[in-house]
Ligand binder design. Structure first.
Ligand SMILES: [Zn+2]
Length: 135
């Protein structure tokens, strides 16, 4: 499975405001949208990366619109924390199967050096914050 990353994303900025999170990563289809963080920082945080890759897997499993719809319904009914897609993505932060996903850099990202994953599991501090139910 291949994925792309878009920095300075409009949609990630909207989501960051919504969730009142300083930094934000969100997934649309096979693209991870970032706000106020860089490719390097994001890719260097393995748990954060896996969390978002799990959402890519969910998009793939359910189909683009179907997933968006179900995600919204779920968020509306049980909130962000208990949203089953978020519960699954949080569990997937330890799912090594997701490490096989391949990052396809954009033209401007080709020169960016991607640091190797750290061996330790650093806590995803910049995970989307857990205040209001949304995202
Ligand atoms: Zn999530």
């Amino acid at each position: 499975m291949k994925y792309r990353i878009r920095e300075n994303s409009f949609w990630a900025r909207v989501a960051a405001k919504w969730l009142r999170s300083e930094k934000m990563a969100m997934v649309l289809g096979k693209t991870i949208h970032l706000h106020n963080t860089t490719c390097e920082e994001f890719l260097g945080n393995r748990r954060w990366l896996r969390h978002e890759l799990a959402h890519i897997r969910q998009f793939r499993q359910l189909g683009f619109l179907n997933f968006l719809w179900q995600y919204m319904v779920e968020s509306f009914r049980v909130g962000y924390q208990k949203n089953r897609f978020e519960v699954e993505a949080r569990a997937a932060e330890w799912d090594v199967n997701l490490d096989s996903y391949v990052f396809v850099p954009g033209k401007h990202q080709l020169k960016a050096s991607i640091p190797p994953f750290p061996t330790g599991m650093s806590a995803p501090r910049h995970q989307h914050k857990v205040t209001p139910p949304a995202h």
